[in-house]
Design a protein around this ligand. Structure first.
Ligand code: ZN
Length: 122
């Protein structure tokens, strides 16, 4: 994981690959400074972005992101594709608990199923 101190181009704030055992696909990069879009690099925003990019390393994906209400605020799981705003992004993977996800929005299952592969990186 590279914590990048400059603005990436084209409103991109991070990049990563899913690690499958191939050492050429074992990286993440996360922008740690404010960008021109809705990413403001707040402490919450940076944490959610780091969790997002690491999630990709563990095969979590945008299609299984989820959103839920916290009081009157709509909030978004960390794998949401396309940044909303720092304040509503959460460092939480969707899970099949009926609140933060369901059987088709269940990114934590990917983290659980790939953790041994990622732990075996050399
Ligand atoms: Zn992503």
């Amino acid at each position: 994981m590279l914590f990048y101190g400059k603005d990436l181009t084209d409103n991109v704030i991070g990049r990563s690959t899913t690690y499958t055992g191939d050492s050429t696909k074992a990286y993440s990069i996360a922008q740690m400074v404010d960008g021109p879009g809705t990413y403001d690099a707040t402490p919450n925003g940076k944490s959610a972005l780091i969790a997002h990019e690491l999630g990709h390393n563990f095969a979590a994906n945008h299609n299984e992101a989820f959103k839920w209400m916290e009081g009157s605020t709509q909030v978004y799981s960390t794998m949401t594709g396309g940044w909303v705003t720092d304040s509503v992004m959460r460092c939480r993977f969707s899970s099949n608990d009926g609140v933060h996800g369901n059987s088709t929005c269940n990114n934590i299952q990917h983290v659980q199923s790939t953790k041994t592969t990622v732990a075996g990186f050399q």
